[in-house]
Design a binder for this molecule. Structure first.
Ligand SMILES: Nc1nc2c(c(=O)[nH]1)N[C@H]1C(S)=C(S)[C@@H](COP(=O)(O)OP(=O)(O)OC[C@H]3O[C@@H](n4cnc5c(=O)[nH]c(N)nc54)[C@H](O)[C@@H]3O)O[C@H]1N2
Ligand SMILES: Nc1nc2c(c(=O)[nH]1)N[C@H]1C(S)=C(S)[C@@H](COP(=O)(O)OP(=O)(O)OC[C@H]3O[C@@H](n4cnc5c(=O)[nH]c(N)nc54)[C@H](O)[C@@H]3O)O[C@H]1N2
Ligand SMILES: [Mo]
Length: 761
């Protein structure tokens, strides 16, 4: 494989080609293509891709290449039913690749695996519920975990946590535990609101954007469109990223006809600061240190002293911490020259309104919380929260991951929430124990204390750290149950009893006895919107997520909840949600009315109005000292420069564990995702050349060996000491025994590894 550099802009013609390819590969009939245009619009469906906010007004198209792929993958007319499953063993399914599993098409029938028989078998819904009820009644509820991936709806997520807690389990791990958990945790401590403070309108007013640890061209293309517009009106855009991602260097909006015709784009980012992996903690401190020096040289010109005095606490401790940091240390730890940190500070001091956005490049790290709190510190120094064009924006991943949390589908909820539910359903008694998060469930799977995993979507065994060990542990469970649209690897590792239940997706029409239903979701800007499917379901056997969860709960025998009413009309669910949110989440009053009338409404964000729901009602500067105890630093002490820092990231042609193809056209990868990107110097040190085969070994010393074999090494523009490979191919290298401080988020982007030449075959 060669390391040719792709020349075409990100977005542009390639995006249109990618869209058409996705449609045709999934065999979407032409007459349905028009329905794609209803994605993200009032009256249409919420794109099942990312959680970037929708445009208001009437844009012709508010969907992107990546959204279209996710939609085509769901709307496919390919399906998989009884004839495929009957008599197959898990080993036969496992022999299929990840791509082939999903490419079978939509699941259309409930399927049972029974270890006593050794094979899968299609069953009807009554039998499925009877098996689930039998298994769950026999297990101690404390040994059962209920995982939710953020792809479902508010209605389904609400019922999911109600069913889990009503059954007696407090264990509600979710994909957020793998994702933006540190963002919510850090923001809640700093500004009293665990959600981002920005709306799409802020993109129109910001003078400066600092985009950290994010690859929006592949993962949030609609944000790329917003940045492109901002750039064209003169805003400054800075990226902090170990990689020079192509969306930043060269991007064309596929809706810009003249750029499309010329196959030309623009450099969206004014500068890219190539930190080393995990270097942001020090880099942000360096930027603040430079600002402090500027403020001292000309007092009152850089910091917003009035804002600081009125709205914040902890300023002195932050200043003391910045004074205690030496520039040499900051340069060493960030990988950025001092001049670059000063340059960011100069841009920042000049701009009247700054937004900072981030994604997994900040959260999949040991110091994720401390780092995100530096982002907030930086914003607070110039009063950049609670004014137009300013704010902190963790750009969420799954389309309803934020909504799932608002609905209580998490192990951490307040007493007020549980009290409200018990009041709304007189007679119901909820489990109030502390629940396991995803890391806790993985521990429980390893030590045998978790004996059943139920999941509302997702691909838990592949998304988890130590994926091979987790998949194996799932097989030791008594019971597994997955509600899913498509077949994936986790489903091929059932417990002694395994159920696979086929569900409708966002794009499917959902006809219930109470009429055609809509569901609702919440995006990264706290906008709640209605979503209505457009396509007739491919099979009569598929059921909606709310219906499955309600029927399951009824079968288990959770009393005092009108489950049947809930399956008939989801408005009944929303009425209860509204009651349960009183005093917990502001803004759900007249939930049904507003959803049905306007199609969407925004939940108020207190911090965005400078109301700080913290201890002392102040926004808090959070000072954190640098330390040298991360897994990578430990490995460097033992292995010296043999140890490299590995990040696992997404390619342009995937949605999380769903891989659409072996290509990553923005990084010049074709046909084979088993690649590792390395600095040329690091290649040379190991006696390697671009294109050589290598093995990679994890250097976390916890008694477990983790290796992947025969990856292709690629010379790349990445800081020395760092390397990058794709998720999930390299996921076997991620140790579950280490995680971020405070939130136990896996270190998917900061693993110590050793790379060595493959022994010749
Ligand atoms: N098409 C598509 N859209 C998606 C997804 C998808 O898989 N496909 N996934 C969805 C989900 S669940 C999520 S969470 C988001 C993920 O969206 P992203 O976070 O953009 O996804 P990753 O590929 O994990 O990218 C991480 C980025 O962080 C950078 N990075 C890694 N380590 C560091 C670091 O230490 N510091 C800094 N500054 N940067 C670093 C990488 O170079 C890369 O650019 O996207 C969502 N949207
Ligand atoms: N090494 C490594 N691992 C990672 C990451 C990383 O960067 N590196 N990123 C992490 C992150 S940010 C996240 S969010 C997680 C994602 O983890 P998960 O959410 O567990 O994984 P997904 O790949 O999004 O799940 C895809 C499956 O969801 C099901 N599905 C799709 N749509 C629907 C639907 O509408 N309803 C239902 N019920 N099921 C549906 C399909 O069966 C599909 O196979 O992975 C994490 N894992
Ligand atoms: Mo995510």
């Amino acid at each position: 494989m060669t390391s040719h550099r792709p020349q075409s802009p990100a977005g542009g013609r390639g995006a249109l080609r990618g869209t058409f390819r996705a449609w045709s590969r999934q065999g979407i009939p032409l007459k349905l293509v028009g329905s794609f245009l209803t994605a993200n619009k009032v009256g249409g469906f919420d794109c099942p891709g990312c959680a970037f906010p929708d445009k208001v007004g009437h844009p012709l198209v508010d969907s992107c290449e990546q959204g279209q792929k996710a939609i085509a993958w769901e709307m496919t007319r390919k399906s998989v039913g009884a004839e495929f499953f009957d008599g197959k063993t898990p080993a036969q399914l496992r022999a299929l690749g990840d791509f082939d599993l999903e490419f079978q098409g939509r699941l259309t029938t409930p399927v049972l695996y029974d270890a006593a028989v050794g094979t899968y078998r299609a069953i009807d819904w009554d039998e499925a519920y009877a098996v689930a009820a039998r298994e769950l009644r026999a297990l101690p509820p404390q040994s059962v975990a209920f995982y939710a991936s953020g792809r479902s709806s508010n209605e389904a997520a609400f019922l999911w946590q109600l069913a889990a807690r009503g059954y007696g389990s407090p264990h509600l791990p979710d994909s957020s535990n793998f994702c933006h958990e540190p963002s919510g945790y850090a923001l809640k401590q700093s500004i009293g609101t665990g959600k981002g403070t920005c709306t799409l309108e802020d993109f129109e007013h910001a003078e400066l954007f600092i985009v950290i640890g994010q690859n929006p061209a592949s993962n949030h293309p609609r944000m790329m469109g917003a940045l492109y517009e901002a750039k064209k009106r003169g805003a400054t855009i800075l990226a902090i990223n170990p990689l020079r991602e192509r969306g930043f260097t060269h991007f064309s909006d596929p809706k810009n006809v003249s750029e499309l015709a010329r196959d030309k784009g623009i450099a969206v980012a004014d500068a890219i600061y190539q930190v080393t992996i995990g270097g942001d903690f020090a880099a942000l401190k360096g930027v603040m240190k430079a600002l402090l020096e500027m403020e001292r040289a000309a007092p009152g010109t850089v910091f917003d002293q009035a804002f600081i005095a009125r709205h914040t606490e902890g300023f002195d401790a932050l200043i003391a911490d910045l004074d205690a940091c030496a520039w040499d240390t900051l340069v060493d730890c960030s990988g950025l020259p001092e001049a670059q940190m000063r340059e960011i500070a100069t841009h920042y001091a000049r701009a009247q309104a700054t937004m900072i956005t981030w994604c997994m490049g900040l959260t999949h790290h040991p110091d994720a919380v401390a780092t995100i709190q530096q982002v907030v510190n930086l914003l607070l120094l110039r009063g950049n929260i609670g004014r137009p064009g300013t704010g902190a924006m963790p750009v969420r991943g799954h389309s309803n991951v934020q909504g799932d949390r608002t609905m209580g589908a998490t192990s951490q909820v307040t007493d007020a929430w549980l009290d409200n539910i018990e009041a709304a359903f007189p007679g119901v008694a909820l489990c109030r124990d502390a629940g396991r998060d995803a890391a806790g469930v993985i521990d429980g799977l390893f030590d045998g204390n978790v004996r059943a995993l139920l999941s509302l979507g997702g691909n838990f065994g592949v998304a988890a750290p130590d994926s091979p060990r987790v998949l194996e542990a799932l097989e030791r469970c008594r019971f597994t149950l997955h509600i899913a649209t498509k077949l994936n690897r986790t489903h091929c590792h059932p417990g002694e009893i395994g159920l696979l239940l086929p569900t409708l997706g966002r794009t499917d029409r959902d006809l219930r006895p109470g009429g055609e239903q809509c569901i609702s979701t919440e995006d990264s800007s706290s906008t709640v919107r209605a979503s209505r499917g457009v396509q007739a379901p491919i099979s009569e056997l598929q059921r909606s997520e709310p219906a499955i969860v309600a029927e399951l709960a009824q079968a288990i025998g959770i009393a005092h909840v009108p489950w049947r009413d809930f399956t008939e009309d989801y408005a009944a669910i929303r009425d209860r949600i509204e009651r349960c949110q009183q005093g917990v989440t502001e803004g759900f009053d007249r939930y049904n009315d507003r959803l049905l009338q306007d199609g969407r409404f925004m939940l108020p964000n207190a911090a965005a109005h400078r109301q700080w729901n913290t201890r002392n009602h102040k926004a808090r500067f959070m000072a954190h000292a640098l330390h040298d105890d991360t897994p990578v630093q430990q490995a460097r002490r033992t292995h010296g420069t043999d140890a490299l820092t590995l990040m696992t990231m997404r390619a342009h042609d995937q949605f999380n564990t769903t891989v659409y193809s072996g290509d990553d056209r923005y990084r010049g990868v074709e046909g084979d995702r088993r690649v590792v990107f390395l600095n040329a110097e690091d290649l040379a040190k190991r006696g390697l050349q671009d294109g050589d085969r290598v093995d990679i070994e994890c250097l976390v010393d916890d008694g477990h060996e983790r290796r992947v074999y025969a990856f292709t090494a690629r010379a790349w523009d990445i800081p020395a000491g760092c390397c990058a490979a794709y998720y999930p191919e390299a996921s076997g290298l991620i140790a579950a025994s280490v995680y971020s401080a405070g939130t136990r988020t896996p270190l998917y982007k900061e693993m110590p590894v050793r790379i060595s030449p493959c022994p010749s075959p």
